[in-house]
Write a protein that binds this ligand. Sequence first.
Ligand code: COA
Length: 242
Amino acid sequence: MADFETIIYEKQNDVGYVTLNRPQNLNAYNIQMRDELYQVLGAIKDDPEVRVAILKGAGERAFCAGADLSEFLTAPSPVIARQVRWERDVWGLFLSIDKPLIAALHGYVLGSGLEMALCCDIRVASEDVQFGVPEMGLGIIPAAGGSQTLPRVIGRGHALEMLLSGRWVKAEEAYRLKLVNRVVPREELLPTVEKLANKIKACSPIALSYAKQAITQGLDLSLEQGIELEARLGDCLVSQPS
Ligand code: COA
């Protein structure tokens, strides 16, 4: 795969590692990162050698401090800047991947950084993590699915409070809100996530894909429809050649 400027993509032992790599700008999400992430996510989706992927941020200070504000300043308005940024449906692609995605979160996880983390299936954070949704302060609303994914993860009231007040949430509260599955010391973040990825990748890829579909798609269905979905996927699994 091509060398990227804003992302490092590596494959090791069936695990895809995606590192947001603009540490000097706290891994802020710019147009180039959008284009590169789009390619990398496509590769993860289609490559049978990748069974699970880990998303992380380079540097000591941030997973991602949100959209690149310097691009806001070069466009006629923040809204237009954002429109350009979202021309590629990175978020649709993220959510269409039927392999488990794990976010390893440290430092600042703001705006689209948080939205990226919410597109992942499992979120593990280090003790220094800080989550925030600064969009309202800039006169915009989330545009990477955050207004839909955040309440689905932490519930309507907490999502509205984070969004409307702009209040940041630190590790302990994030765990309490179920925004993250686990909080670990900084030096244990990657080893913890890798251990989890190794455990997950030992399962049959097709079973992993169906389990993810059953849970993620089922959440948007009634219980009855969800149970039908589970039965249908279970039948497909049984009829797969072993
Ligand atoms: N876009 C572009 N550059 C960013 C950025 C962003 N979202 N967030 C941080 N940076 C850059 C800073 O401009 C700075 O660059 P410089 O060293 O060339 O001046 C560098 O990253 C370090 O950030 P700095 O602000 O100096 O660190 P800090 O510890 O004082 O503050 C934050 C950290 C995260 C509180 C602060 O950077 C911030 O509020 N960032 C913007 C968050 C935001 O509103 N994101 C948009 C959401 S839609």
